[in-house]
Design a binder for this molecule. Structure first.
Ligand SMILES: *Cc1c(COP(=O)(O)O)cnc(C)c1O
Length: 409
């Protein structure tokens, strides 16, 4: 008899986006002439940079000639030309020490943040922020690292760390010990960033508790404040306790192309039951090369073009488009008396719902009266109740029209 992995049955149904879709469809059926503007999109909309497109075209041509054809990327960890560009530009240039053998190129930060837990024991305690990007939690549920969910959707055994207006949406280390700590800065959904001091407190906690920090820096490219660290490895001692996830998805519009990378430092160790230390880098390499066979050459050639002078300039312009939207959203909403957070170092604006409305009540008001769609904060966790997420990934014209309608509410 074939048994199911019953951990999967603990998962709460993916409720947030289907429910949003259902309410929007119902509204459109009843109001066929309404022009609905979405500010809930968590996906980029601007096309790839010309430098990336040119590099991909050249790579396609190379694949068509016997002398330049490429088969498997040796071991699947990524071509040296890309890993070298990553080390030089994303780390060395910021004074962070990362070696080429510590870079693992992959098809996404979502798979990497989801898969990394496999190398750690199932009895580890997981800590996440509330609200949270759901991948960190759900993949640990699947692995059997949690109990059942309660009525507010929190799983038994997981340490939830509320991110609130009081702590600037940057949770402090918990009072109880945790072993696997997921942090995401700049943050989705709150748009918050962590300072050097705040990250240093986390590194100190991880060192003290012999824990690992799983640091998701997918939105690093949106940081505008020169004081904010882009990498956890800008913090002293982080190489011994942190793994970092990066992605070309939001940085360079690769959500449909698929390329990302993960840094696993050679000095990072976990422990056996008898207290003996084990290096994580060779274990992750073994896992990565067993279950994954590399990102396509054409894609890696496109990703490397992100680091050329033209690529960098073109990508900065695209990020400017989104961050102009973010600024307009922030400024208009502030003028209108809303309490807004984020939107300075991240493409997300996190707002306090007005009049004490719940997240879903505000969603319905915005949809029915302004024909604007956003994302209810409570969908990312109970501490998100009374908050609402708007994204800056639309067009400026739509953003302006949406804000005019919100002003008229
Ligand atoms: C979009 C996003 C990613 C990127 O995932 P990819 O699989 O690389 O496209 C990672 N983490 C967070 C929090 C995100 O919002």
């Amino acid at each position: 008899m074939i048994h199911i992995n019953e951990n999967f049955l603990k998962l709460r149904a993916g409720y947030l986006f289907p429910e949003i879709g259902r309410r929007v469809r119902t509204f459109k059926e009843q109001n066929p002439s309404a022009k609905v503007i979405s500010m809930g999109i968590g996906d980029v909309t601007q096309p790839l940079a010309p430098a990336v497109i040119e590099a991909m075209h050249r790579a396609v041509d190379e694949m068509g000639r016997p002398e330049t054809f490429k088969g498997y990327d040796d071991g699947g960890v990524g071509y040296e030309f890309l890993r070298k560009a990553i080390v030089e530009n994303d780390y060395k240039a910021r004074g962070a020490d990362v070696d080429i053998d510590e870079v693992f190129v992959s098809d996404g930060a979502k798979p990497d943040t989801g898969n990394m837990q496999e190398v750690f024991g199932v009895d580890n305690v997981v800590a996440v922020a509330d609200p949270v990007y759901p991948v960190y939690v759900d993949t640990n549920v699947m692995a059997g690292r949690t109990g059942q969910a309660n009525e507010i959707g929190q799983y038994e055994g997981v340490v939830y760390m509320p991110a609130t207006a009081e702590n600037g949406f940057v949770p402090e280390p918990p009072s109880r010990p945790a072993d696997m700590i997921y942090l995401c800065f700049p943050n989705n959904p709150t748009g918050s960033v962590a300072t050097k001091e705040q990250l240093a407190a986390w590194v100190a906690y991880a060192r003290e508790n012999q824990a690992v920090i799983l640091f998701d820096a997918a939105y690093e490219a949106f940081i505008s404040d020169p004081e904010i660290p882009h990498s956890i490895y800008e913090i002293e001692g982080a190489r011994d306790v942190a793994i970092e996830f990066r992605s070309f998805s939001k940085t360079a519009g690769f959500t449909g192309v698929r390329c990302a990378y993960t840094i696993v430092p050679k000095s990072l160790k976990a422990y056996k039951k008898d207290g003996q230390t084990v290096e994580i880098n060779p274990i992750w390499k073994r896992r990565h090369c067993t279950k994954f066979n590399g990102v396509s050459y054409v894609t890696q050639a496109g990703a490397a073009a992100v680091y050329t002078p033209q690529g960098r300039e073109q990508i900065a312009r695209t990020i400017d488009v989104y961050m102009t939207n973010a600024r307009v959203i922030r400024e208009r909403l502030t003028e209108l008396g809303y309490q807004v957070y984020g939107g300075v170092n991240a493409p997300y604006i996190w707002l306090k719902t007005p009049d004490g409305l719940g997240s879903w009540a505000f969603f319905d008001r915005l949809l029915n009266e302004a024909h604007v769609v956003g994302t209810p904060g409570v969908g990312f966790g109970p501490a998100g109740e009374g908050y609402f997420r708007l994204t800056a990934f639309g067009t400026l014209a739509n953003v302006k029209e949406a804000l005019d309608r919100i002003a008229a509410l």
